[in-house]
Write a protein that binds this ligand. Structure first.
Ligand SMILES: Cc1ncc(COP(=O)(O)O)c(C=O)c1O
Ligand SMILES: Nc1c(O)cccc1C(=O)C[C@H](N)C(=O)O
Length: 405
């Protein structure tokens, strides 16, 4: 133990962790340091039992009757209400369904349409280091609405927004570096310029308080398979601020967004509320897996999750500093808490980064590699232990030392 000076501190921190009991709600392998919950969250135990009931009873026995008797039809709104407090939204503004990409498309097009055909608003801003899907979607949304897309570093969006800006699509946390962008200030600056703020909160939902209502965000979308542990391909959520809902004009107005879907009317009359953000038939099995996964949040305060997230990432950075040979894996995640999301990314020589991550995986440390040079480690406060942070740093140091010889 003498050559692992921070192992004792990790054990002490785990013992004192107010959220430590939550780990028992997840299927996690103690032999593995699972630090990829920012890509795919761990499996909560309750999901398998719930899905067995949904498949065996609701689908198997009730069949079509489950759309009403088992509450399937209203599940997108009901599950949305469960996510709402985790992202700082009051009731009636969050609906679940489709992928994040699809919801971003709805949101960006709808944001431009909120300008009511004002041709002077012909520009969509995106953060320059955005996740690829956001950039692709923004460009397609721009083509559809007669706009152009301008990529700007996230910190410069407040200054870049002007009379031509229709909307900005901004990532709350940069998926590569883990940098937390300034949502309140950016949203306020966009509003001052007369533009709408659309946030991709995929990497902040479930790991830090977002405050969508408090900060006046217009529209937002995010993944549920990361820190919300909804499972692979779990449906995403869409937030439509209450006072914009009546004017929210979805580019994908499927029949599930109709005010009276079973009237089977020839014309589309949008449903009131966030329901107009729905499109077609929801993926019930995935949606109800997510519903079950959200049970682990009962009684959990987002502020407590953020406090543990910061403690975990601080501790991991300290372990890296203590164990890893200087200059071999350099943190690119900001040290300042106000600029840090829930992950730590380390830059490694680009020709070695993929091989380093492969070796970490072989040694039971699960992070991921984002080309060219980043090793990403995600910390999920509901189940990640300080011991895993210490073990990951120790193993990384051993891998790097070995590769240097
Ligand atoms: C920031 C961000 N947005 C969107 C996505 C993609 O969402 P989806 O594949 O669910 O459309 C991801 C992850 O894949 C992401 O990290
Ligand atoms: N959605 C993913 C998938 O289907 C396969 C592998 C990874 C993902 C991810 O979510 C990647 C993730 N958004 C990222 O931050 O890189």
């Amino acid at each position: 133990m003498s050559d692992r000076p921070l192992a004792g501190e990790a054990a002490a921190r785990d013992a004192a962790d107010p959220l430590r009991a939550l780990r028992a709600a997840f299927t996690v392998d103690d032999a593995v340091a699972y630090l990829d919950g920012n890509s795919l969250g761990a499996l909560p135990h309750g999901v398998a039992e719930r899905l067995a009931h949904v498949v065996g009873h609701e689908w198997g026995r009730l069949g079509i009757r489950s759309w009403t008797e088992s509450g399937w039809w209203a599940a997108p709104e009901r599950v949305g209400e469960r996510i709402a407090p985790l992202v700082g939204a009051g009731p009636g503004q969050v609906v679940v369904g489709d992928s994040t990409s699809v919801n971003l498309f709805k949101a960006v097009v709808a944001a431009v349409r909120l300008h009511d055909g004002d041709r002077a608003r012909d520009e969509i801003l995106v953060d320059a280091t955005t996740f690829p899907t956001d950039a692709y979607i923004a460009r397609s949304a721009a083509r559809l609405t007669g706009c152009t897309v301008r990529a700007v570093p996230a910190g410069e969006i407040p200054g870049a927004a002007g009379p031509r800006t229709a909307a900005a699509l901004v990532n709350h946390v940069d998926y590569r570096t883990g940098r937390l962008h300034d949502l309140p200030a950016t949203t306020a600056a966009l509003h001052a310029a007369g533009a709408y703020a659309v946030w991709d909160v995929s990497h902040s939902a479930g790991v830090l308080p977002i405050g969508l209502d408090t900060h006046g965000v217009d529209l937002a979308a995010g993944c549920t398979y990361k820190y919300l542990n909804g499972g692979p391909g779990a449906p995403a959520f869409l937030y439509v601020r209450r006072d914009l809902q009546e004017r929210f004009d979805s580019p994908l107005p499927g029949w599930n967004s109709h005010a009276h879907p079973f009237a089977m009317a020839a014309d589309h009359t949008p449903a009131p509320g966030a329901t107009r953000g729905r499109c077609g038939t929801p993926d019930i099995l995935s949606l109800l897996a997510l519903d079950a996964a959200l049970d682990v949040w009962d009684g959990v305060r987002p502020a407590a999750v953020r406090a543990k997230s910061l403690a975990l990432t601080d501790f991991f950075l300290a372990c890296i500093e203590a164990y890893v040979p200087a200059g071999r894996a350099v943190p690119v995640t900001p040290a300042a808490h106000r600029e840090r999301g829930g992950q730590v990314s380390l830059a490694c020589p680009a020709d070695d980064a993929a091989a380093v991550m492969d070796e970490l995986l072989r040694r039971g440390v699960v992070g991921d590699h984002r080309p060219p040079d980043l090793l990403r480690f995600g910390f999920s406060p509901l189940y990640t232990r300080f011991a895993e942070a210490e073990r990951a740093a120790w193993t990384l140091a051993a891998v790097l030392r070995r590769r240097a010889t």
